[in-house]
Design a protein around this ligand. Structure first.
Ligand code: GTP
Ligand code: MG
Length: 304
């Protein structure tokens, strides 16, 4: 690809917003072409803003994955939803993702209600079109466009990649002129320690069920480069109650062993070196009300 002239370059922030589970993180990874944000079948997987960077034509696109927007109750939920809306204030473009299979439900209604207050141009992105009958999409598109002013509508499958190239081209054509903000080969601005903690949290979510995932968080405590080119990583899984420890550990330590093995494999791919991963489980009652945990996650601590 020829280097674009300095003066023709474009650069901008594109916030990906939507209800929980709409496929925002899947789309971010598809647009970047690498796994920079974790994905699970559960709602409320993403907890903070995750940036992924891609080059398209003359544009450097900085995509901002956000936590799903829903009616928050717990303090952590309020912080997550707060940062998701805040992301739209710093964005040049906003993409609203709608799960085409789910359609317009309470969360979507509430988002549409507030969408008028958003300043940047908005693209409507119907995702998961691999799961629905194409004819049903037209009705949904009409309903959504009647509710808010969208500059363009896209029908995509973030999972199969169907339609994502057109979407990316549209973003590239509509971000403002300006110099690129990151080196050309950079795809994320998150420190590897944070990505590593997120990967372990993904495995925890995939393995554990019911409420437990929402009551746990993962932090990387030790990151030691070893002489043989490998890295020793120690992480702590924080849980809310002592009774949850045996669920995380599993029978004879089976669960934590499987979580550790799956996380180690993915982290090794991300850091491109062999990884020794050690997981600790600590009870921190009320970590959901501990400002330090919010700082670690990059979230504002809601006062109440
Ligand atoms: N069939 C299908 N599934 C999809 C598609 N996009 C995402 N998914 C699935 O939907 C689930 C949620 O995807 P995520 O990318 O984690 O959704 P999210 O919007 O980031 O969710 P939160 O972070 O919880 O707000 C996962 O099981 C994905 O594999 C799609 O285009 N088609
Ligand atoms: Mg997500």
């Amino acid at each position: 690809m020829a280097e674009p002239d300095e003066h023709e370059r474009r650069c901008g922030f594109v916030a990906l917003i939507g209800a929980p589970n709409a496929g925002k993180s899947t789309l971010l990874n598809a647009l970047v072409g690498a796994k920079v944000s974790i994905v699970t079948p559960k709602v409320q997987t993403t907890r903070t803003l995750i940036r992924g960077i891609a080059i398209e034509d003359r544009a450097q696109l900085i995509f901002v994955d956000t936590p799903g927007i829903f009616s928050p109750r717990r303090r952590l939920d309020r912080a997550m939803v707060g940062i998701a809306w805040a992301s739209t204030q710093d964005a040049d473009l906003v993409a609203l993702l709608i799960d085409a299979k789910k359609g317009i439900k309470d969360d979507e209604e509430a988002i549409l209600e507030k969408l008028g207050e958003i300043r940047p141009a908005k693209a409507l992105v119907l995702n998961k079109v691999d799961l629905v009958d194409k004819r049903a999409l037209l009705t949904l598109t009409d309903q959504l466009n009647a509710r808010a002013a969208f500059a363009a509508t896209f029908m995509i499958s973030a999972l199969t990649g169907d339609g994502t190239a057109d979407l990316k081209s549209w973003f590239a054509a509509h971000v403002p002129l300006g110099p690129w903000l990151y080196p050309e080969d950079q795809i994320s601005d998150a420190p590897l320690r944070q990505l590593a903690a997120e990967i372990t949290r993904e495995k925890l979510y995939l393995r554990l069920h019911q409420e437990l995932p929402y009551q746990s968080t993962v932090e990387t405590e030790v990151w030691k480069e070893l002489k043989d080119g490998s890295v020793r990583i120690e992480q702590t899984i924080y849980i809310e109650r002592e009774s949850q420890r045996k669920i995380v550990l599993g029978k004879g330590g089976q669960a934590i062993k499987a979580i550790g093995a799956a996380a180690r494999a993915d982290i090794a791919v991300a850091v491109e070196q062999p990884v020794h991963l050690f997981l600790h489980v600590k009870v921190r009652e009320g970590w959901g009300d501990d400002p330090e945990r919010y700082r670690e996650m990059g979230l504002e601590f809601p006062k109440e």
